[in-house]
Structures are given as structure tokens and as C-alpha cells.
Design a protein around this ligand. Structure first.
Ligand SMILES: *Cc1c(COP(=O)(O)O)cnc(C)c1O
Length: 356
């Protein structure tokens, strides 16, 4: 078997690249699809829930799948610079792939609303980071204007190459399972990813690689749920900073995925997000950032509401995207947990403190 070398070589025939495209890769993709007995059991005996652990990409989020394609195409086109707005992970990814391509990267972020790990990444990869006194939607408006007036290629998910790369996650899920899941659950922020997954599933279906399509289940944070409300949210608020977005760029893509797949888009509260975040870490050993846990929180919520009772089938397979790594935002993890006890450096004291 040939060694794995990234999503472009792996799924080249589905991607807008040619022999002339320089492949800028950090061997992204090929992430594990982990069976979760605990979350399956919480839904019921018919369920098999799999976790697509995208935090294990090179910069710690699924953004790398799209960025390898976007930066490779930018390089092919001779870009002098790339630019993006970001809630954190897009900037980390753009900065890393920009560094690898030798293309300067400009990042515009909402001031004070970025998890520490993500900011550290953008800085150490030496992106030019600029914080604005505004939110993500302001930052996106500004980089759109800059990229239309200056020679800098926009690498937000409105860049279609990003969506193309991100759709490879659904290919991997189908290749792993040998079929499509019945449901696919994921968090929704700017809605690029739900658009990308649905595109991927549809392409595999039209190539007859799968015989049915999943229903798409998208979850926004309650305080940042424009699609659920049907109107932009001026001041989006949520602990899940990666989905703190009030006016999603791929709004229509999300609606299409919902309608065409007969799925749903709902919201989950910060409390529900943090409860799922803890279950994933404590009961499965899978550490994700809060936004990622929205997919599991949503699944548990609609299950409690009886959503699956109307669904027939002896065995129901659900895949759940866990979009980013927990180490991105360590402050959230330790916020509500007692700090460790400090005792004398003596075996008996440590044993006593450990309760054994
Ligand atoms: C970007 C991101 C999201 C949201 O994805 P969209 O494509 O904007 O909907 C969710 N979780 C994490 C960790 C992200 O980085």
C-alpha cells in the first residue's frame, strides 16, 4: 500500500487540481472515525455513533482539508499574499499552509474573541495578525473588501476551493464504513462545512460509491443561531467561539443541505454544549473544543425530544464531526474544575490524596 500523503493525492479525481497544481500539504485528512459505545448507548440500542475526530489534523481542525486545496490553487495562480477573517481555526490553518507555501498570510480576527491556542498558532506561523474592534462578521466584511481591491487571495470558505477540500471528510467516512451513515451531525457556524459534507455525499452517491444519502443534522449555538431564527444575529454570543457567527456566508448551502437531505438545523445552549464536551472527554477520552461538542449535544437533544422515534430501522448509523482539538482552548477545560491538590513530596501523602 502507498503511504498516505494528504487529501489531494488521495481524492485527486474529485478535486479541481491538475498536474500543474503545486500540492501544498501537511498530510491533512485520514482522521480516525471512532466508534462511541457510550454515546450510542445514550441514544438507544439501535444506534451506532461514530466520531470523526477532525482535531487530529495538522493544525488541529478540519480547516486543513480545505486549506490544502485553497493554498495550492493560490500558489498555482502566483498569489502574492492570502487573507482571511477568522474565529481562530481558519487563521491557524491559513498561516500554517501559507508558511509552507512561502506565501505571506494576513489574518483579521475579532478582538478578544479567539481561543489562546489558535492565536498562538497564527502568531508562531508568522501570519500578520490584525485584531478589529468588532465581531467575526465585521472581520469577514473587511477581508472581502480588501481582497477585491488589493492583490491578496481570500481563503475564507466563500473561496470555493475550501469547500472542495472539506468535502473529502464525507468520502473518508463512506470509505471507512463501506456505506453512507444514515445521519450526519455537525456544528454550524459560517456553514461552509455542512455545505461541503453534503456536496461530498452527493458526489459519492452520483458516482455510485454509496447507495443512499444521509440526513444532515446541523447545530448552531443558541446565542448565535441565525439560520434557526431565519434572520442574522447582530451580537452573536456563545462559549463556542468557533461558531460565534451571526451572518453565515454559506447560509444558502446549509438550507439546501437541510432541505435536500430531509434533515434539520437546530440550536443547542451553551450548557448543553459544555455537557457534551464533558461526556466526550470523561467518558470516551476524546478532547474537543466546545464548538465541536455541539454536534453531540444536538444529537442528544433531538433524541430526547423523540426525533428518532419516527425513524424506522434495526440499526441506525450516525457520524458526528468533532471539528477541532480540545487543546485549542485549554482555559475553558479547566475553568470549572478544582485545581489539583498540592501535598508534600512523600509517597504516603500522595497515596492518601489519591484516595487509594
Ligand atoms: C470553523 C469551525 C466550525 C464551523 O464550521 P463552519 O464551516 O464555519 O460552519 C466549527 N467548529 C470548529 C472547531 C471550527 O473551527
Amino acid at each position: 500500500m502507498k503511504p498516505y500523503t494528504g487529501v489531494i493525492p488521495r481524492y485527486r479525481e474529485f478535486l479541481p487540481v491538475t498536474k500543474k497544481t503545486p500540492v501544498i500539504s501537511l498530510q491533512e485528512g485520514n482522521t480516525p472515525l471512532i466508534f462511541s459505545s457510550r454515546i450510542s448507548a445514550l441514544l438507544g440500542t439501535r444506534f451506532r455513533v461514530y466520531l470523526k475526530y477532525e482535531g487530529l489534523n495538522p493544525t488541529g481542525s478540519f480547516k486543513d482539508r480545505g486549506m490544502t486545496v485553497a493554498i495550492s490553487k493560490a500558489k498555482e495562480q502566483g498569489a502574492k499574499a492570502v487573507i482571511c477573517a477568522s474565529t481562530g481555526n481558519t487563521s491557524a490553518s491559513a498561516a500554517a499552509y501559507g508558511a509552507r507555501a512561502g506565501i505571506p498570510c494576513i489574518v483579521v480576527i475579532p478582538e478578544g474573541a479567539i481561543a489562546m491556542g489558535k492565536l498562538a498558532q497564527a502568531l508562531i506561523y508568522r501570519a500578520k495578525v490584525i485584531a478589529v474592534k468588532g465581531n467575526f462578521d465585521d472581520a469577514l466584511r473587511i477581508v472581502r473588501e480588501i481582497s477585491s481591491q488589493y492583490p491578496a487571495v481570500l481563503v475564507n470558505s466563500i473561496n470555493p476551493f475550501r469547500i472542495e477540500g472539506q468535502k473529502t471528510a464525507s468520502f473518508e467516512i463512506c470509505d471507512f464504513l463501506g456505506t453512507a451513515p444514515h445521519f450526519h451531525s455537525l456544528p454550524v457556524g459560517n456553514a461552509g462545512n455542512i455545505t461541503a459534507y453534503w456536496k461530498g455525499y452527493k458526489e459519492y452517491y452520483s458516482q455510485r460509491k454509496i447507495s443512499h444519502l444521509p440526513r444532515m443534522l446541523g447545530f448552531q449555538a443558541h446565542g448565535a443561531s441565525p439560520i434557526v431564527r431565519g434572520a442574522p444575529v447582530k451580537k452573536p454570543e456563545t462559549v463556542a467561539t468557533a461558531i460565534r457567527i451571526g451572518n453565515p456566508a454559506s447560509w444558502q448551502g446549509a438550507l439546501d443541505a437541510r432541505e435536500e437531505s430531509q434533515g434539520l438545523i437546530q440550536s443547542v445552549t451553551d450548557q448543553e454544549i459544555l455537557a457534551a464536551y464533558e461526556i466526550l472527554a470523561h467518558q470516551e477520552g476524546v478532547f474537543v473544543e466546545p464548538a465541536s461538542a455541539a454536534s453531540v449535544a444536538g444529537l442528544l437533544k433531538i433524541s430526547k425530544q423523540g426525533y428518532f422515534e419516527q425513524i424506522a430501522g434495526k440499526e441506525i448509523t450516525v457520524s458526528c464531526t468533532l471539528t477541532g482539538h480540545g487543546l485549542k482552548d485549554p482555559q475553558i477545560a479547566i475553568k470549572n474544575i478544582q485545581p489539583p491538590p498540592v501535598v508534600a513530596a512523600e509517597t504516603e501523602r500522595v497515596a492518601a490524596a489519591a484516595g487509594i
